[in-house]
Design a protein around this ligand. Structure first.
Ligand code: KG4
Ligand code: ZN
Length: 359
């Protein structure tokens, strides 16, 4: 049973063919990061235009790379939300057209469910299947959510960010400090060279739902720290370095990043990790979780992985491999597999929804 997955919710055009729910036969991702980098974030109009340019070759490459013909497919799975509507529509319209032309059934998938299934897929393939109920922490540029994943495959929302998403906080701090876009990977690389306890960040006690997150305070603390230090020259030097070297080596970063800034980055990352893991642990305990799933772009963070594994959680912790952490289409095909087994298909009038909730 082969499923073609298509994903175009943000700034990656992706297609993949997955067999039997967990064998990734091909996974193609065309990233637009270099284009949006110039503007310090994703520009929606440019994103949809790029998706339009990339969708046909990307899907063709995924089919060719897995030696799959359209008539071999059991379903076409596509992201229907949440995300940028203009971007979602490109993948969705293309998937609908393919489905209509070939008669292969269509399955609409929630992007966040995809992120969760990226982990379920790999864990099963690696012989350490996720046990349920599981707690899923999804942390990316657009979302920071805690879900209970029930044994029947259903979801319950336990907590979410009240302001910025975790990845968005990394990106905003990166932009503020002249580290380019996206900020997460660079901060991850530089943070181990600083002292994580050098700068104090407050851990907010949340009124109401104690499992909700807040990251805007961390971003503001960084802004205040920067404003108090007249760092214009240092930041300008990093921006200039990035213009000359779009993919800097560690030595090139260090030549323009003094120790106090490394300490700030280490402390900021430490605060974000503490926020994520503390609330995830509390949520896991509240549902008697038998496993913790961490997914979304921020799951790539080496500091987060190390801190999660250094803890004393009484359940296994599952991270996806880096290629399945950030946006991809294998996770969309994987999430569609249980729906295919249950015969849960979508009709051709299904729409794209920017704020589609999972639960
Ligand atoms: O899941 P994703 O590819 O796209 C969204 O659905 O948002 O996540 C992208 C986000 C960006 O905010 C990026 O800065 C963050 O994930 N990210 C990281 C790392 N790699 C990507 N954040 C922290 N550490 C990383 N290594
Ligand atoms: Zn994502």
């Amino acid at each position: 049973m082969r499923i073609l997955g298509i994903e175009s919710s943000c700034d990656e055009t992706a297609a993949a063919v997955v067999a039997s729910g967990d064998a990734v036969l091909s996974s193609v991702v065309a990233s637009q990061i270099a284009m949006h980098g110039k503007y310090g974030g994703v520009v929606p109009e440019l994103a949809s235009r790029e998706h339009l340019r990339a969708i046909v070759p990307v899907v063709r490459e995924a089919l060719l790379g897995s030696a799959t013909r359209l008539q071999d497919l059991s379903a076409i799975a596509v992201t229907v939300g949440p995300g940028l509507v203009g971007s979602l529509l490109v993948g969705l319209t293309y998937a609908k057209s393919l489905s209509f032309a070939t008669g292969v059934p269509l399955i609409g998938v929630n992007h966040i469910e995809g992120h969760i299934h990226a982990v379920i897929l790999e864990a099963r393939r690696d012989g350490v299947p996720v046990e349920f109920p599981a707690l899923a922490l999804v942390a990316s540029g657009g979302h920071t959510h805690l879900f209970e994943v029930r044994p029947d495959g259903g979801y319950r929302l336990l907590g979410k960010t009240r302001d910025d998403a975790a990845g968005e906080a990394f990106d905003k701090v990166g932009k503020l400090l002249g580290l380019g876009y996206p900020g997460g990977p660079v901060i991850d690389r530089l943070a181990p060279l600083g002292n994580p306890l050098a700068v104090h960040f407050t851990f907010a006690k949340m009124k109401g739902n104690a499992l909700d997150f807040s990251f805007s305070g961390h971003k503001t603390a960084v802004l205040r720290w920067v404003q108090a230090r007249h760092m214009e020259h240092e930041i300008a030097a990093r921006r200039a370095m990035l213009r000359d070297h779009p993919n800097p080596s560690l030595a090139q970063w260090l030549a323009v990043t003094p120790q106090p800034t490394l300490d700030l980055l280490a402390s900021f990352q430490h605060a974000v990790i503490h926020e994520l893991l503390t609330r995830a642990a509390a949520a896991a305990e509240s549902i008697g979780a038998r496993g913790l799933i961490v997914s979304g772009g921020v799951a790539c963070n080496a500091g987060l992985r190390a801190a999660a594994h250094a803890g004393t959680a009484p359940y296994p912790i599952h991270f996806p491999s880096p290629g399945l952490s950030t946006d991809n289409a294998a996770m969309i095909a994987a999430a569609a597999f249980p729906k295919l087994e249950r015969g849960q298909f979508s009709t051709l009038d299904i729409g794209a929804h920017a704020n589609l909730p999972l639960a």
